[in-house]
Ligand binder design. Structure first.
Ligand code: NI
Length: 224
């Protein structure tokens, strides 16, 4: 599933994050890449662990958690600490697949889905598209500041070279309660129908049946 999440961050939060990032040190992004990805990764990232990074993490995590489409589309079980990345002129990230398992020690989790949250406006840079490969060809993605895209972490993807300006994003990964992409898509469609029915006719028997079926399908398919 490829899902465009609109207005994950409002203007006030965006301004807050941009101001924090302006004061934060970025380091070479290779430190967080796997062996293969390291060879094609050319960007900069905020070093995790600093007080600023923790504050930024919290802001992004809570904003994602508040987004109804994110909750319904991802059915998140575990969400990774976001990585804040910067691509200036000449930077890119060649074709790669994200690590299947992240975290350390007993805190490991499987990456079913990835999210890229756009932190600055497309007018502020040229190039820098997120390019996803699929059976239908390439999908080129560059969204408004505050919007995000949710996509399967298994997909081959790259970031095209930034030829002007600066691209700022936050990226994170999710282990879903429902591992299977097709099941998750079915649940997303059913959840939309359920929400429409519950809004239009909350006391109607059909609305209730669709609601109960959705809830019990999530129970049936969840693996925690
Ligand atoms: Ni990636």
């Amino acid at each position: 599933m490829l899902l465009h999440l609109t207005k994950v961050l409002d203007n006030a939060k965006l301004a807050n994050i941009r101001e924090m990032l302006g004061k934060t040190r970025f380091v070479d992004g290779k430190h967080s890449a796997g062996m293969v990805a390291e060879q094609v990764k050319h960007n900069e990232e905020v070093q995790s662990g600093s007080q600023q990074a923790q504050y930024l993490d919290q802001l992004v995590m809570s904003s994602l958690a508040e987004n109804a489409d994110f909750r319904s589309g991802a059915l998140p079980y575990r969400v990774a600490q976001p990585v804040f990345a910067r691509y200036t002129k000449g930077m890119y990230y060649g074709d790669h697949i994200d690590d299947p398992v992240m975290g350390s020690g007993i805190e490991k989790f499987r990456t079913d889905l990835a999210v890229t949250l756009f932190l600055n406006d497309p007018s502020e840079y040229e190039g820098g598209e997120l390019v996803l490969q699929s059976n239908f060809g390439e999908k080129r993605i560059k969204l408004a500041a505050g919007d995000a895209v949710l996509y399967p972490a298994s997909s081959l993807h790259r970031i095209d070279e930034v030829t002007h300006g600066e691209r700022l994003v936050a990226v994170t990964w999710i282990q879903s309660m429902v591992r299977d992409n097709e099941k998750r898509e079915l649940l997303f469609g059913l959840d939309q129908a359920r929400n429409d029915l519950l809004a239009q006719a909350p006391k109607n028997d059909t609305s209730k049946k669709v609601d109960h079926t959705y809830v019990n399908l999530v129970r049936m398919w969840s693996e925690l």
